[in-house]
Write a protein that binds this ligand. Sequence first.
Ligand code: AFP
Length: 338
Amino acid sequence: MHIGTTLTNYIIETQRSLPEATGEFTGLLNDISVACKRISDLVNKGDLVGMLGSADSENVQGETQKKLDVVTNEVFIEALTQNGHIAGLVSEEMDDIYPLPNPSRRGRYLLLCDPLDGSSNIDVNVSVGTIFSIVRAPEGKEKPSTEDFLQHGTEQVAAGYCLYGPSTILVLAVKGQGVQMFTLNRDFGEFILTRKDVQIPEETKEFAINVSNQRHWEEPVRRYIDECLQGKEGPRGKDFNMRWVASMVAEVHRILCRGGIFMYPLDAKIKAKGQSGRLRLMYEANPMSLIVEQAGGAATTGRQRILELDPSEIHERAPVVLGSRAEVDVVTRYHNEG
Ligand code: AFP
């Protein structure tokens, strides 16, 4: 596939080679790209269309929703549930599986998404994003159950994100087909392939972690960051740089472009809340892990591969350590030694 081709064309061409392809997956990816274009437009207009600020409501995680959290969720529902390409939808913004309006038009896929991740950044005009994960729906079932969504990350058929930054960039990882980046050309409303077969550099000198949680960290994380901070004189023998956008899509995108490690590890504060992590497994950690692994990086909880976790709830959380393979390996080794 050549640089400059459209997302639509990329999807059609890659699906053409698959004997089992019916066009449904192509249709689903097209629905997602339509939703992302709409969200890009809303995020871009921001205050001009009264989109900033809180919505006076809470999501299932008990977090105050931004107006854009609510509206982008509606955009996803509208774009994804009309065309019969999915059998079920889970979103960060809804407690339960979304009940599809027309049972006779159920597709063969389940979609899990975070329509607007990093939304605390939206009021200050910093990058946010949409994250999505696609798994197969069980065959011959009238209506998918919660268990049907609870598949291992390794079962994902595709995953992706759309970054709403200076440019709008859709990153797509169809299983076994690498990672491709498409930039939205607003003049004619098409995502254009701008980087193909993206590979994360194996080595890095850049880490991303919310250091305000330092006093709550577990020993292996403390050790790793301490060694990074010692720079050239320390055991790592190199000077590290640090970044923290508080928007996972922006962090993962930076890592895909120039390497790095991103961590939201388990810590004492998270444990005290009775939680198993900060980020959500099914529509944040899993899709990002598929993307990162397909780009040659690694993704673990610190202790085990994220894609092999056994999910038990659609909104469950997991610790996340992902990015350049050599650094993720160091953090994982420190956990497993301790
Ligand atoms: P919001 O969507 O609530 O802004 O959360 C963003 C996020 O899930 C992820 O994108 C960030 O990496 C992480 O949370 C930031 O968390 P802290 O605010 O604790 O740094």
